[in-house]
Design a protein around this ligand. Structure first.
Ligand SMILES: NC(=O)c1ccc[n+]([C@@H]2O[C@H](COP(=O)([O-])OP(=O)(O)OC[C@H]3O[C@@H](n4cnc5c(N)ncnc54)[C@H](O)[C@@H]3O)[C@@H](O)[C@H]2O)c1
Ligand SMILES: [Zn+2]
Ligand SMILES: [Zn+2]
Length: 346
């Protein structure tokens, strides 16, 4: 990674330039860096960001200069089949800026998830800017732009967790912990956190886990059954992205329960399950992209709940860092030392 001077064009029709105030370091940025997402180097990394709209292009009405916004990677089109059916969180044609940001020599940059916010300013589609209450800390608000929203949404949108439910979350990194916080917010009666790292389980408790299981020390399926009267959990959220943890999730749920896969597998991973178990156990097996969120609906609501003290989003910010520290933050992420490092810009 290098810090470079970049050129950010003035916003064209439907675009906005945002002065970035904070941007979290997400696992997906590391995937980009390693070539796991595409070969369109050079990338402009960073996508969990909040900031202030600096200027807008022709025809932009949803935001204006001075607005405090969280950036999103689901600027829905309003016209595709999913949008027209009233399910815009499945939009097939989400918007990004049309113009490209470039290096000083004119080389075009590929912004991560169409955002690219490890920068003082970034150019996005206006629909990628979601206005929220400006009294929230930018470092906290920006995290809603990706991983934290993915976890909360996996619980409340995809999993449909409700009051009194039992929930198990396998993998308690930033995404899994957000799923725990989301389940807590939705009124789950029992929230079981599963991880292989005791430090992660300790943090999970502070997010609302009522029970913890170290799956290196005991069989998580048995443990979850024991903690749920022998039944299994109503909703099990897999936030690792591996076949063995998916299998645990599948068998740790109650009959007719729901499994939500929010962890992202790699292309070579395969899963084998007895089809009779898939049939016989009923319920639903779902996956969750970006927590099935609709930014315009979910971001302002979650910021408000946070400001009322009902959603401890500040706990996801392990440390604030400078733009030059991102490489070191990847290292700490790799060692499991942080939930989120957040770049704060002056
Ligand atoms: N679906 C989406 O829209 C979306 C969005 C963002 C991230 N993600 C994905 O969610 C996953 C989690 O992301 P994160 O930022 O929380 O990562 P992370 O690395 O911070 O957390 C992963 C956690 O899983 C634990 N773990 C690893 N192996 C385990 C095992 N066998 N059993 C139990 N726990 C285990 C680790 O100890 C760690 O606490 C990743 O796959 C990421 O790509 C999905
Ligand atoms: Zn659409
Ligand atoms: Zn992300």
């Amino acid at each position: 990674m290098r810090v470079e001077t970049i050129l950010v064009p003035d916003p064209g029709p439907g675009e906005a330039v945002v002065k970035v105030q904070a941007c979290g370091v997400c696992h997906t940025d590391l995937h980009y860096k390693q070539g796991g997402i595409s070969d369109d180097y050079p990338f402009l990394l960073g996508h969990e960001a909040a900031g202030v709209v600096e200027s807008v292009g022709e025809g932009v009405t949803e935001v204006a200069p001075g607005d405090f916004v969280v950036l999103n990677w689901r600027a829905v089109c309003g016209r595709c089949r999913a949008c027209l059916r009233g399910r815009p969180w499945y939009c097939f044609d989400t918007h990004n800026a049309r113009q490209r940001m470039t290096l000083a020599d004119g080389t075009e940059l590929s912004p991560a998830l169409g955002i690219g916010a490890f920068a003082e300013k970034t150019l996005v589609a206006a629909g990628q800017c979601t206005k929220v209450d400006p009294s929230v800390s930018p470092a906290v608000a920006g995290l809603l732009g990706c991983g934290v929203m993915a976890g909360i949404g996996a619980a409340i949108n995809t999993g449909g967790v409700g009051r009194g439910d039992s929930v198990a979350v396998i993998g308690c990194g930033g995404v899994g912990d957000a799923a725990i916080a989301g389940a807590n917010l939705a009124g789950a009666a029992r929230i079981i956190a599963v991880d292989i790292d005791d430090r992660k389980l300790e943090t999970a408790r502070t997010m609302g886990a009522t029970h913890t299981v170290n799956s290196k020390e005991s069989d998580p399926v048995e443990a979850i059954r024991e903690l749920t009267g022998g039944f299994g959990a109503d909703v099990v959220i897999e936030a690792v992205g591996r076949p063995e943890t998916y299998r645990q999730a599948f068998y740790a749920r109650d009959l007719a329960g729901t499994v939500v896969l929010v962890g992202v597998p790699t292309p070579e991973m395969k899963l084998e399950l007895p089809l009779l178990d898939v049939f016989g156990r009923g319920g639903s097996l779902k996956s969750s992209w970006y927590g099935d969120c609709l930014p315009s609906r979910d971001f302002p609501m979650l910021v408000d709940l946070h400001l009322q003290g009902r959603l401890p989003l500040e706990k996801f910010v392990t440390e604030t860092i400078e733009l030059t520290d991102v490489e070191a933050a990847f290292e700490r992420m790799h060692h499991g030392d942080v939930l989120r490092s957040v770049v704060v810009l002056p």
